[in-house]
Design a protein around this ligand. Structure first.
Ligand code: FAD
Ligand code: SF4
Length: 332
């Protein structure tokens, strides 16, 4: 690791001011839990000259959890265990609780989860160059891309790594930011269009700090991860669903797929097919969820995901429909 300076400001305005590149520090970087940042530094992927530690800021709203808001510094464990969220938006606790290990969830934060870097192994190894770094091709295309996209909507074939981002997208979430000239950014606008910008992690400037996320309530919402191993891993494919019900009938649905595209991937065709369907009508729910792969263009090594995706979406829909579901979805 390269030498770097360290500071722990006491408020977010000082942190944002420090995060602007300047004559003293050309590469300042924000740190929350540090789970992703330190990995990247140890691999030599990043060489910041100043670490701005957000964990000492004295502001309880950064950690607070309410039925419609989570502080950006709340840990994944806090989100997973929140009774308020279990009632208002169970999809959040389920997706946070499925990420990583208990030790990591105790440290990793909501903001850091939304802004973690790709898990593409070519990107993660300093020995490889690629389009997302400074190179002019993507070694994953001809190489080992088994955990990559099935929707090819950009030249980079990475999948978005965050469990929470699709859940917040389903809930029309917004991030609250300080340090720039805007105070809110919708989750749907937080990540760049992969056809236009395949190098940036988000649209945030270096000095913009996520202080919280806001979202609508969705008591009938669920998350399902299909993983290669259950102990700890990013999903091969994940399914997200939030339903509005009138008795046993789905009046409206919002579904999203994770781990299949460079950004969380909404499925409006599934939502349209689910409207008006009874939650007991397994045949129509299956048919609607099969539409999840409409437009898919898998790589040779990701064809298997086109079989998994409708299953993940269907299980998420069924879990969301079941008001008495004891586990709010989760790993399957
Ligand atoms: C073994 C393992 C398994 C994992 N499995 C999963 C999984 O299944 N699903 C999943 O979603 N994740 C998974 N993760 C990733 C983990 O959830 C993230 O690394 C973690 O959430 C990052 O949070 P952090 O607070 O440590 O972020 P940090 O490492 O501190 O920061 C991450 C990035 O966000 C920026 N940043 C941090 N806070 C802010 C802020 N407030 N405002 C602006 N920028 C900020 C930092 O500059 C940095 O670029 C796994 C990680 C490991 C090691
Ligand atoms: S998929 Fe993206 S991050 Fe991975 S090697 Fe290709 S260009 Fe790089």
């Amino acid at each position: 690791m390269n030498p770097f300076a360290y500071t722990s400001p006491k408020n977010t305005s000082d942190a944002a001011a420090l995060a602007k590149p300047n004559g003293d520090f050309a590469l300042p970087v924000l740190k929350s839990g540090g789970m992703d940042l330190l990995d990247r530094m140890k691999e030599g992927l990043e060489q910041p000259d100043l670490i701005i530690d957000l964990t000492r800021i004295e502001d309880p709203t950064l950690d607070a959890i309410k039925p419609d808001r989570i502080g950006g510094r709340a840990t994944l464990a806090m989100v997973a265990e929140s009774e308020a969220l279990r009632t208002s938006a169970p999809i959040l606790g389920a997706s946070a609780g499925s990420a990583a290990t208990p030790q990591i969830r105790n440290v990793a934060t909501v903001a850091g989860n939304l802004l973690q870097e790709t898990r593409c192994w070519y990107w993660r190894m300093s020995q490889f160059d690629c389009l997302r770094k400074t190179g002019d091709d993507c070694p994953a295309r001809e190489g080992d891309h088994r955990f990559h996209v099935i929707f090819q909507n950009g030249p980079c074939l990475m999948v978005h790594p965050s469990n929470l981002a699709p859940a917040l997208l389903v809930l029309d979430g917004e991030v609250e930011v300080v340090g720039g000239d805007r105070s809110r950014i919708a989750i749907r606008d937080l990540y760049p269009d992969p056809a236009v910008d395949w190098q940036s992690t988000s649209v945030l400037s270096p000095s913009e700090i996520i202080t919280g996320v806001r979202f609508r309530s969705a008591p009938n919402s669920a998350f399902i991860a299909l993983k290669q191993k259950q102990s700890f891993d990013w999903p091969m494919v994940s399914g997200y669903a939030a339903l509005e019900l009138d008795g046993d009938v789905i009046t409206s649905a919002r579904t999203c797929a994770g781990a299949v595209a460079p950004r969380p991937h909404l499925l409006p065709q599934v939502d349209a097919a689910l409207a008006g369907v009874s939650i007991d009508d397994d045949r129509r729910i299956r048919a609607a969820c099969e539409l999840a792969v409409d437009g898919a263009d898998p790589l040779p090594g990701t064809v298997y995901k086109t079989t998994l995706l409708p299953v993940a979406i269907r299980r998420a829909v069924n879990a969301a429909a079941s008001l008495s579901s004891p586990d709010q979805g989760g790993d399957a």
